[in-house]
Design a protein around this ligand. Sequence first.
Ligand code: SDX
Length: 390
Amino acid sequence: QPGLAVYDPGFVNTASCRSAVTYIDGDKGILEYRGYPIEQLAEHSNFLEVAYLLINGTLPSKQEYGAWEHEITFHTFVHENVKRFMHGFRYDAHPMGMLMASVGALSTFYPDARNIGDADNRHMQIVRMIAKMPTLGAWSYRHAQGKPFVYPDNELSYTENFLSMLFKMSEKKFEADPRLVKALDVLFILHADHEQNCSTNAVRSVGSSQVDPYSAVSAGVAALFGPLHGGANEAVLRMLRRIGKKENIPSFIEGVKNGNEKLMGFGHRVYKNYDPRAQIIKKACDDVFEVTGVNPLLEIAQELEKIALEDEYFVKRKLYPNVDFYSGLIYEAFQFPPEMFTVLFAIGRTPGWLAQWLELVQDKEQKIARPKQIYTGDRTLDFVPAAQRW
Ligand code: SDX
């Protein structure tokens, strides 16, 4: 039945799964959310509308959007006990570890979330998760900075409210440059979903046991934490800083070609062409740097991209910049520390995880994830008791 994801009964980790949420053509560099090209959504929509589209499958009417925005806005607060829980982390806890734990903790605050068979209940948990992710993400940052947590301001837009909870330093109403708010909103749109990537696969696999969505999403946050997945944006900045200047690029490239390390922000499991999101982010760099001044690492990134795209090693392996290659430069221009970059990715990806989770739990044919294995160990050995072995 089109529109429903059905894993083959013998679900394997690389199982082909049918879904109607996101379409990617890796050879042509095409990405569409519910059939709409990412380029058009990035240019004409906003993150909350894209979140509605991913979850509901259609663009909202004016009334539907108004109701959605109101629901999200008035669920941004988090229970005070979660705030106390977050204060319990070490002073230098990684924000992604805090986010993973606090999202999982939400499952203990909403026991009704386990009633995943009820449509209204599912909708309520989806609203809560999308609404609270920026609050938890901002509080992870404030904890790491040793600063007091800032409560949500429901008079601000979704993305501006997130910036307020991150950077507000006085009782004065927080105001951000609209160009920065727009750029961050576009980045959230670009990260909103991406078919069956590692973290979405984690959400679907955990969700297939019919656990509540907070527990399933915390598994997605855990997968995204890895440097080969969401953690790549943080790794790109560390790589560019280590290269230090354009003159060092040739020796760095030689090291990559010798297998000493990977060119972070390059390559993709699916795209064997330019990641369309990287193109859009590259353009967003100009808008942000107009406000913040150019990130000095941009020049190294552009030279690195130019050299790699002309080098046989990368061309032969169809390695192109992916979504993470330029995003970190923008985040750094926002004054985010590198350990916050993947938190930003997680906030953007939340509607996609939830849309895929919803598609999964609505699929009556869905079976619990049970990947097949290829057994490579010994067989039918005779046990020798310890006394005879030692
Ligand atoms: C994300 O799946 C998604 O959709 C993910 C994502 C999303 O939105 O959810 O798009 C987000 O995770 C983007 C990827 C971020 N990760 C990085 O930038 C880390 C660096 N990239 C690599 O680690 C790698 O490209 C992967 C993990 C992304 C993909 O790994 P694969 O599937 O092994 O890549 P491949 O099969 O295309 O590799 C072909 C060859 C291999 O070499 P050979 O064995 O043929 O000699 O290219 C090599 C790889 O070793 N290679 C790289 C490389 N990526 C692949 N060599 C150097 N630098 C790289 N970045």
